[in-house]
Design a binder for this molecule. Structure first.
Ligand code: AMP
Length: 281
């Protein structure tokens, strides 16, 4: 695997690859890699792309400085994992390479960011928009891979690609879960043993809600089921549960087309903030 910390040699390498007729696939991450990230790398390899995984803990997307400070970092282990799945390139710049001067840019994705993560993490998606645009400009990928786990992020990146006319194909990759159903996340490393055990609450609540929907229960009833379920797990706190339209993320009070609906959930296990989601069909 080629490892680059700087933009210029990365671009020289990628330009050679493109001249040889290879397609480039980009997997943007913040590191502390797990199998969820690796499924994105595998998806890129399946498209026969020279696969670039970026690892950059992007300060502009953290609205909480403590969260940024505590974000897990494990570059040596990440390199080993990427080598195992035969990732071609790792781009792991430091902050000065990406932000030589503090950026004055900001993005506003309108209604897409007034809900859910955007509502609870002001400025988060502006930071995501900035770093994703920078990575797209630096790498100029033909394909880019994002996880379904961050569904709102995917919807926003889709909009970014359209609004700024990036010429690439976006892919959303299914959520990788632990054996008990907990969505894999770098943040899971910060959970205590009992918090880890109880963190399955989010998946359990989503599964119960999906089952209830299939039995004809209303969105209001799904809300009550989720609240009750989460309440049964010690040290777990619900921040929001939303049934939303998959494309425009607007809140749904009535599900007319389950194939267009998604349930999104966020909350805390102890002090660790976790998110998850599930399609309704
Ligand atoms: P992060 O490092 O958390 O910024 O995530 C980098 C990419 O990996 C994002 O596109 C995430 O949606 C994706 N990702 C994170 N967790 C999972 C998971 N459990 N399954 C699939 N993709 C994931």
């Amino acid at each position: 695997m080629e490892i680059f910390k700087q933009i210029a040699p990365l671009q020289a390498y990628l330009s050679n690859q493109k001249q040889s007729g290879n397609k480039i696939g980009l997997v943007p991450t913040m590191g502390a890699l797990h199998d969820g990230h690796l499924t994105l790398v595998k998806a890129s390899k399946e498209q026969h792309c020279i696969t670039v995984c970026s690892i950059f803990v992007n300060p502009t997307q953290f609205n909480n400085p403590e969260d940024l400070k505590k974000y897990p970092r494990s570059l040596d282990k990440d390199i080993e994992l990427l080598q195992k799945v035969e990732c071609d390139v790792l781009f792991c710049p430091d902050e000065a390479e990406i932000y030589p001067i503090a950026t004055a840019l900001s993005f506003d994705f309108g209604d897409l960011e007034r809900v859910m993560e955007g509502k609870f993490r002001p400025g988060h998606f502006s930071g995501v928009g900035i770093v994703v645009s920078k990575l797209f400009n630096i790498v100029q990928p033909d394909h880019a891979f994002f996880g379904q786990k961050d569904w709102q992020q995917f919807a926003i990146v889709k909009r970014l690609v359209s609004d700024l006319s990036f010429s690439l194909t976006l892919h959303s990759v299914e959520i990788a879960r632990e054996r008990d159903g907990l969505a894999m996340s770098s943040r899971n490393q910060r959970l205590s043993v009992s918090e880890r055990k109880n963190a399955v609450a989010f998946y359990t609540a989503l599964s119960l809600a999906k089952q209830a929907h299939k039995q004809g229960k209303s969105v209001q009833e799904l809300n009550a089921i989720v609240e009750q379920c989460i309440g049964e797990f010690p040290s777990i706190q619900l921040e929001y549960f939303e049934v939303a339209d998959r494309s425009n993320l607007s809140s749904l009070n009535l599900v007319t087309d389950p194939s267009q609906a998604i349930m999104c959930i966020a909350g805390y296990a102890g002090e660790v903030r976790l998110i998850d989601n599930m399609f309704l069909d």
